[in-house]
Write a protein that binds this ligand. Structure first.
Ligand code: SF4
Length: 439
């Protein structure tokens, strides 16, 4: 039977993702072309998750725009953002309303400022009745690269497109690149802009320090290759490959042993860098940490929900650690998701149930059938965890009922150790008596 209702779907609309992509670019102000709420709701989620204020402009469409179009509002909005904030770029994302009206955002934004104006406008189309926050991130990233990248001299760098991951994750990936001595360009980088330090004197600039430099995005056409850390964010990499012959590597997220191995090998393959001893030792520590907790975690039933790249990588990691992933759920349909989980099932003789493009109601029902002793997901899983009397380890976006989750990494060998420790401590710290586990 056709399903015409969603109950607690753990996904958000496209502008949410586009705003996060824009907030990782230095001097870029996101401008939502839509109604007030279309910017308030993303800002609210950003503030709750990252504990940072988010400067997001909105063209503030009302009833008259639905009849006469939103050109006047968007033109005024662009002029106001320029005069008040003097940004390097304005990243536009459309909404349900502006897409339904059919505003020609490219043309309107082209005419809004005088020809040759220093402010670059990025006009991404992010209709919210298609896809999710991940589609919005991907569309904004591709539009950024399409608008800015220019062929020049080879730069011997690797481009990275992170997808929607945390500042702590980006810092850990950068740490690995530093150890491997690989020069890099992050095409959007929220590691500073959404985890902003308060410096001596207490000064916080209007637009945060950090983020990808626009000049680096221009230079991304001259890199050795592009690695998309989340496959849902790969279309900018494909564009750079098709347009500028920059090889694209769109591989699983680097969580756990096999996926991080693949990530490190891909970096080596593109850059020619060898794998340093320090990285090999980090890998060894991850294996040691799995051995250390094996008697607590072996066979433990885990249910996981969230964005598809993160969920499928965590399912594989749980299987690597001897756990039993019973349910894997994502609200965003992605072609690799089911094959990823099926591959883990074949390799590890697990029987993980695959729920795709669905909601937390179905996830909860599935947990009742297939059981879980631990749930992994964002804050929206709290009520299910409470109902089932099991702990919830929080990852992904948004996490609003705990502080600091965005600061830590679950990626790379080091981040995977942190994630495993979180899972083990959740089991130990819940209602179980460690001495009685598996008795
Ligand atoms: S779903 Fe549409 S109307 Fe609702 S916040 Fe997103 S863009 Fe705005």
């Amino acid at each position: 039977m056709a399903r015409n209702v969603a109950i607690n779907p753990p996904k958000m609309c496209q502008p949410m993702g586009a705003i996060l992509a824009y907030m990782g670019v230095h001097g870029c102000v996101p401008l939502v072309h839509g109604s007030q709420g279309c910017s308030t709701y993303p800002r609210y989620n950003i503030a709750r998750h990252f504990r940072e204020s988010a400067e997001v402009a909105v063209s503030s469409l009302a009833e008259d725009a639905a009849v006469y179009g939103g050109a006047k509002n968007l033109t005024e909005a662009i002029k106001n953002v320029k005069s008040r904030m003097n940004p390097a770029l304005i990243g536009i994302c459309t909404t349900c309303m502006s897409e339904t009206i059919g505003d020609d955002v490219k043309l309107i934004s082209k005419k809004a400022l005088p020809p040759g104006d220093a402010v670059k406008i990025i006009p991404a189309s992010t209709p919210s009745y298609v896809g999710t926050h991940l589609t919005g991130y991907d569309n904004a990233m591709r539009t950024l690269v399409e608008t800015l990248a220019v062929k020049g001299e080879p730069n011997k760098k690797i481009n990275f497109i992170t997808g929607i991951i945390n500042p702590g994750d980006i810092r850990e990936i950068k740490n690995m690149l530093r150890i491997m001595k690989v020069k890099n360009i992050f095409l959007s980088d929220i590691s500073e802009t959404l985890d902003t330090p308060i410096m001596p004197g207490g000064h916080k600039p209007l637009l945060p320090d950090g983020g990808a430099q626009p000049s680096d995005i221009i230079d991304s056409a001259n890199s050795l290759g592009t690695i998309a850390i989340c496959r849902a964010a790969g279309s900018a990499a494909t564009y750079l490959q098709n347009k500028f012959n920059v090889p694209a590597v769109i591989a699983p997220a680097p969580i756990g042993i096999a996926n991080t191995d693949r990530f490190v090998q891909n970096i080596g393959m593109l850059s020619g860098a060898s794998i340093p001893d320090e990285i090999i030792r980090e890998r060894g520590r991850l294996i040691d940490s799995i051995v250390d907790v094996h008697h607590y975690m072996f066979g433990r039933k885990v249910a996981i929900f969230g964005d598809p790249d993160l969920v499928s990588a965590i399912v594989r990691f749980c299987a690597e650690a001897g756990m039993n992933p019973t349910v894997a759920m994502t609200a965003t349909k992605q072609k690799d998701f089911a094959p990823d989980i099926k591959a883990v099932n074949t390799e590890y003789k697990t029987d993980t149930q695959i729920l795709e493009g669905t909601d937390l109601y179905e996830f909860h029902e599935s947990i009742k059938t297939y059981r879980a002793e631990l749930i992994l997901g964002n804050s929206k899983g709290k009520d299910i965890a409470d109902d089932e009397g099991v702990p919830l380890v929080r990852f992904g976006f948004p996490v609003y009922d705990r502080v600091g989750v965005y600061r830590y990494s679950i990626m790379g060998y080091k981040g995977s150790i942190y994630l495993l420790d979180q899972m083990t401590n959740a089991i130990l710290g819940h209602k179980y008596d460690p001495d009685k586990l598996h008795q």
